[in-house]
Design a protein around this ligand. Sequence first.
Ligand SMILES: *Cc1c(COP(=O)(O)O)cnc(C)c1O
Length: 388
Amino acid sequence: MTELRQDDVQGGFATRAVHAGHTPDPLSGAVMTPIYQTSTYIQEGLGRHKGYEYARTQNPTRAALERCVASLEGAQHGFAFASGLAALDSILKLLVAGDHVVAGENLYGGSHRLMEQVYQGLGLRFSFVDMRDPERVAAAVTPATRLVYAETPTNPMMFLADLAAIGHITQARGLLFAVDNTFATPCFQRPLEHGADIVLHSSTKYLNGHSDMVGGILVTSRDDLAERIGFLQNAAGAVPGPMDCWLCLRGIKTLPLRMRQHNLAGREVAAWLVQHPKVQKVYYPGLPNHPQHALARRQMQGFGGMISLELGDVAVARRVVERTRIFALAESLGGVESLIGHPASMTHAAVPIALRQAMGLTDSLVRLSCGVEDPDDLIADLAHALEG
Ligand SMILES: *Cc1c(COP(=O)(O)O)cnc(C)c1O
């Protein structure tokens, strides 16, 4: 567990993205945080050391990353994990058998799988509800409920959850409220400001931004939760190595720049797709006709680069994902390079078909992660793929 320190840089978001958590290396003065590739640390005598004993518990490169993301989310404590799902695993371990969780109906496929196929068997109970309506969250709460878990915008339907409204519900009932902020990033949305207790990231995505590592992050400002999450992080040990922490730290320095470009590309590509005759629906919160556009404007400072489109025909969807040249057919998202995917057979294959159909996740839905290339080239690539 790492806490923000008095000497951590204050200032605007872009300033903190570059500097927060970093301290010049005391040995050499290196400006960039070194990759402390070590499993252990020498002790001067029994019980006398510099605060580092063993690298599962603490690593200076990891600590810099944890402080940096905590600062960006407006949190006091940060915890890095080996993946986004390892981070979710630690949230679920805050509960005990018999506890009930209200979770979004549309979650990342792997989050749903971890809940249903692992933790359900260990005695947790889950209700998956459509979180576009906060009333449904309130209605799903039982005396056993301990946690409300939301993703917003959701992967891949781009549904929004009203964070402030859900925050009121959880605070009034004394429930934990955790939010997966992977899609928006703290650049565009800071759930702790709206009443969330814990924010989760798959840092594999926008935080790293270069598709060259897998990682997860949790942040919180609650000392009681921080103590327990830090305990779990060390007890279970699903921690990232220093090299991956360093790659993520390096990526975060340009997060505001990248998000600005992802947002520009997202808006231009979505506006172009809307008027294309072969595209039946476009799911993008930045579009004025997105049913939750007003909420998006209220709780987000940008809409990002994720777009889903309904093509109405599986064969057309297959053709499009196989014909793009700049958009690479691949799982994942949030990198500088554009990706295209087919959620039903890729990222969300583990979600039961009935649940997929209920939320509109059809076999002809295609998901785009718009990178930071020239938006005109992205549009030309899609135009070519949709031809014929
Ligand atoms: C990818 C992803 C995850 C899982 O993260 P991993 O790093 O792949 O374990 C969780 N939530 C969302 C929204 C994601 O896109």
